[in-house]
Design a protein around this ligand. Structure first.
Ligand code: SAH
Ligand code: SF4
Length: 392
């Protein structure tokens, strides 16, 4: 749908909606009524909002809109996961994924079409940056998941209990829109999700992490992927600007600002022969010694044009055991929904790559390989991934 200039109520936080109603000369509680219609009952049509006067409904129709992104395709995996292709205002397509598990359902949400950060192992990064999603396009993914899963029907338990900003894009490079959408996810007049169950995943945009405490108290996951700056800078180029020590300083400050006791999740994508040696695990254990956290290992999910390989089952197990013996809580993310291309890092949507990333990426891959080979560690090869199934 084409963007217009009138306020889009679908993506507005309670605070912003209240001031909009104040400007219209209306009582601020109208904001809560409208939020409930949209986010709890799935209603997008002003005429159905019967507890709002006819006169106000007419004014809202004339001066505002309720606009969500469009769902183009709906895939269901053999394991019950869903992937939806979402068309956003720029014309690009992004993806969102729903993963049902015993006792919870996790929605993996996109924040940008493409990504400018070019991490060497990520299919989204390879596309380059296309556009930021609006807050309505971000919260719209949760709205659509509820709609598609039948959750707006009365008496149905909400299937989405957790949201992770781990789809396409770097959430903290779309700061304002992500904050507004994330706060709506946690608002009792909207989806009412627990702040422990809404997680912003970042590759480490330090100035934005520093600002977060003034805008939200959502949980945070840090995409670390390496135990030292040299290797991390090759895998996650933003590390050259914001090295690990600065990243940890800002995350510590954010955690300290939260009203309850929580720890960040450290995400570590294991890539065969690059960052999955025993020594990397030992170095990681030392690096994280004074940094309270949980560790989530993600075996690399291959995609076309990437030379990286998924690590063997035994190398994942060894890595996990070294960290566990050092006293860390470690989970290994099971690959879900790869039959529909919805595993971590396989989300590509559709944007135009105008940045010659494939070439630069190949060079980065050979540099990273060169360094990993230097450690002289051979890795075992078995396809039997004996891992603990868990997600955030
Ligand atoms: N930009 C944010 C969030 C999106 S990426 C971030 O980087 O944290 C979400 C997670 O998927 C990150 O931890 C990322 O490192 C991981 N990921 C990306 N590509 C992957 C791949 N090919 N295999 C496994 N995990 C991948
Ligand atoms: Fe962007 Fe995250 Fe992919 Fe890096 S891993 S390119 S930050 S989406």
């Amino acid at each position: 749908m084409t963007a217009t200039n009138v306020p889009n109520l679908a993506g507005m936080s309670r605070e912003n909606l209240r001031s909009l109603f104040a400007k219209l000369g209306e009582k601020p509680f109208r904001a809560e009524q409208v939020m409930k219609w949209i986010h709890q009952r799935g209603v997008l049509d002003f005429d159905t909002m019967t507890d709002i006067s006819k006169d106000l409904r007419e004014r809202l129709k004339q001066t505002t809109e309720i606009r969500l992104p469009t769902i183009l395709e709906d895939y269901v995996s053999d394991d019950g996961s869903h992937k939806w292709i979402v068309k956003v205002a720029s014309g690009s397509k992004v993806e969102m994924v729903f993963i049902p598990e015993a006792g919870r359902g996790t929605l993996c949400v996109s924040s940008q079409a493409g990504c400018s950060l070019d991490c060497s192992f990520c299919a989204t990064g390879k596309q380059g940056f296309d556009s930021n999603l609006s807050s309505a396009e971000i919260i719209g993914q949760l709205w659509w998941a509820n709609q598609k899963l039948g959750a707006f029907e009365a008496g149905i338990e909400r299937p989405v209990s957790n949201v992770v900003m781990m789809g396409m894009g770097e959430p903290l490079l779309n700061f304002d829109n992500v904050m507004e959408a994330v706060n709506l996810m946690m608002d009792d007049c909207a989806y009412g999700l627990s702040k422990r169950k809404v997680t912003i995943s970042t590759s480490g945009v330090v100035p934005a992490i520093d600002r977060m405490k003034d805008f939200t108290d959502a949980s945070i996951a840090i995409s670390l992927h390496a135990p030292n700056d040299e290797l991390r800078s090759q895998l996650v180029p933003i590390n050259k600007k914001y090295p690990i020590s600065e990243l940890f300083r800002s995350v510590r400050a954010y955690m300290a600002s939260l009203p309850d006791k929580r720890v960040p999740v450290i995400e570590y994508t294991l890539i065969a022969g690059i960052n999955d040696h025993r020594q990397h695990a030992r170095d990681l254990a030392v690096l994280l010694e004074d940094f309270p956290c949980k560790i989530n290992l993600i075996p690399f999910n291959p995609f076309s044009l990437s030379d990286y390989r998924r690590p063997s089952g035994s190398s994942v197990t060894n890595f996990r055991q070294i960290l566990q013996k050092a006293g860390y809580t470690v989970t290994v993310r099971t690959t879900r929904a790869d039959d529909i291309g919805a595993a971590c890092g396989q989300l590509v949507g559709e944007v135009t790559d105008q940045t010659r990333r494939s070439e630069r990426r190949k060079n980065a891959a050979s540099r990273a390989k060169g360094q990993a080979d230097g450690t002289g560690k051979a890795f075992e090869s078995t396809d039997n991934l004996a891992v603990t199934a868990d997600r955030l």
